[in-house]
Design a binder for this molecule. Structure first.
Ligand code: DGI
Ligand code: FE
Ligand code: FE
Length: 199
């Protein structure tokens, strides 16, 4: 199953058919659908907010490419390319796929686009001083059509108000949610939160 693409999405889906087939091999059906849905949503946000539509689509498409890999194989990949995890990262497996995805795209697939690589790297934690593309991917991951967490309707409204407002809502949501679940909060997440919420 794939989402129904519209406009430029139809063209990009065809243009990146090779990547789509790689994802079909690597991901569960659910995660595969999610990846295409994030591509579609990132394209929609790029058109609304004047970002590069093709890069946004591709970042959305590829952002979870390592998500369904075994945790050990993600660690192995990071090791192979000399990535050192900090203490919070070591203890939060959910953070590995973003670091691993960025490395995989660059080193294994030869994707030569620093903007996309960095959007993938920061799509889970966010960070202070995010680029437009980084924000679009971070938010598209919250509002793609497959999402059904409680609060998703509020996030969908927020993302149509402004990127800044949506980033604020998303970071508050994340920090509160992690706090409630007694999960360690990464310094990149905290710095993003402080930048946008405490000013
Ligand atoms: O990969 P997805 O499921 O599409 O979404 P994602 O990459 O945004 O991952 C969401 C998960 O990442 C969610 O379980 C919360 C976790 N996460 C995000 N920021 C932090 C975090 N986990 C910890 N421990 N610390 C963080 O700062
Ligand atoms: Fe992810
Ligand atoms: Fe995702």
């Amino acid at each position: 199953m794939e989402p129904v693409f519209v406009g430029k999405g139809i063209k990009y889906r065809e243009e990146f058919a090779n990547y789509v087939e790689i994802l079909r091999e690597r991901l569960s059906e659910k995660r595969f659908f999610h990846s295409l849905a994030v591509a579609k949503e990132a394209l929609r946000l790029a058109e609304k907010y004047g970002a590069d539509t093709k890069k946004s689509f591709l970042a959305g498409l590829l952002h979870d490419i390592c998500k369904d890999d075994e945790p050990n194989s993600q660690l192995q990949l990071l090791n192979e390319f000399g990535i050192i995890l900090d203490t919070v990262e070591k203890n939060a497996r959910k953070l590995w796929h973003a670091r691993a995805g960025a490395v995989y795209l660059k080193e294994k697939l030869g994707l030569d686009d620093g903007d996309i690589i960095s959007a993938v790297r920061y799509h889970t934690t966010a960070r202070a001083n995010m680029s437009l593309l980084e924000k679009i991917l971070y938010l598209a991951d919250f509002t793609s059509e497959d999402r059904d967490y409680s609060g998703v309707e509020d996030m969908r409204r927020a993302v149509d108000v402004s990127l800044e407002y949506a980033m604020r809502e998303a970071l508050i949501f994340t920090v509160v949610d992690l706090g409630e679940r007694h999960m360690p909060i990464h310094s990149d997440t905290m710095e993003a939160y402080r930048e946008i919420v405490k000013k």
